[in-house]
Each structure stands twice: as C-alpha cells, then as structure tokens.
Design a protein around this ligand. Structure first.
Ligand code: MG
Length: 157
C-alpha cells in the first residue's frame, strides 16, 4: 500500500461556473483557471499521482496546453487512474478537505462523495468529504479563493 497527498487553490471570481468535485454548483461566482478549475479533482489527481510516484498534475496537464482549456477535470482523474492501473495500482480510499467560506458545502457533501466514488470506482464509504470555512480570515475566509487537500491510499492489484 502507498499513500499520496494533493493540494490545490483557485481564485473565486464572478462570471465563472462553480464546479467542485465534479458537481456544477449554483453560485454567483466560480473558480478561475485554465481548465474548469475544479480544485477538488485537481487535488485528487495530485494525491493519486503522488501515491504512485508519478509526479504532479502539471507534469501531465500543463496549463499552457490549449487542449486543456475549460477542460472537465474528471478527464485528469480518469487518465490518472489508467496510469495507476498500468503500474498495477488501484485506489483504496480517499479523504478530502475543502476550504471554502462560500458556498455552504454541508448540504452538498453527500452528493460530492457519491460523484467522487463513481469516478474512482470505489464504494461510497471509501470516499470521505469534509468542508471547512476559513473563519473569515485569510484568502479563504474572505471568499477570494477555494482550496482543497486530498489524501489517497492505493494498493497493488
Ligand atoms: Mg488547479
């Protein structure tokens, strides 16, 4: 078994859709990025790559590559799972912490867990989603950004 950690931050701004953990969330502001800026799926991708010793998301999906413009970030997770599979690894469980002052994520956590479990091919109880506010301090607390940390365990198939 091997473990990996991932972290990501994106800026919140008006005029962008908010996509978090593969869910399209009704909100007046969304995350800014080259792809769909889904911090959760980016941190998840990095955690999986890290566990397999495969580097990081920027090695495979540089934001200078026009092919990734506005890209659905579930693509990064799916392709990463294929890379793990080629090395003989599969995910065991993941634990996710989202840092967001807004929107309120409590009501969305169960849906996000199901979405992530589906993406990873894991049972729902092998995926955990936690949400923290920034206590109104710092960039997160002032709603300038949303961040995410993910830890992933993988095993040899
Ligand atoms: Mg990112």
């Amino acid at each position: 078994m091997r473990v990996g950690i991932g972290h990501d931050t994106h800026r919140l701004a008006p005029g962008r859709p908010l996509i978090l953990g593969g869910l399209h969330i009704e909100h007046p502001r969304g995350l800014v990025g080259h792809s769909d800026a889904d911090v959760v799926l980016h941190a998840l991708t990095d955690a999986l790559l890290g566990a397999a010793g495969l580097g990081d998301i920027g090695d495979f999906y540089p934001d200078s590559d026009p092919v990734h413009k506005d890209r659905d970030s579930s693509f990064f997770v799916r392709e990463t799972l294929e890379r793990l599979n080629q090395k003989g690894f599969r995910p065991v469980n993941v634990d996710v912490i989202i840092f967001a002052q807004e929107p309120k994520l409590g009501p969305l956590k169960a849906r996000m867990r199901d979405r992530l479990a589906g993406l990873l091919g894991l049972p729902a109880d092998a995926v955990n989603v936690k949400a923290k506010t920034g206590e109104q301090v710092g960039a997160i607390g002032r709603s300038e950004a949303i961040a995410c940390q993910v830890i992933a365990l993988i095993e040899n198939t």
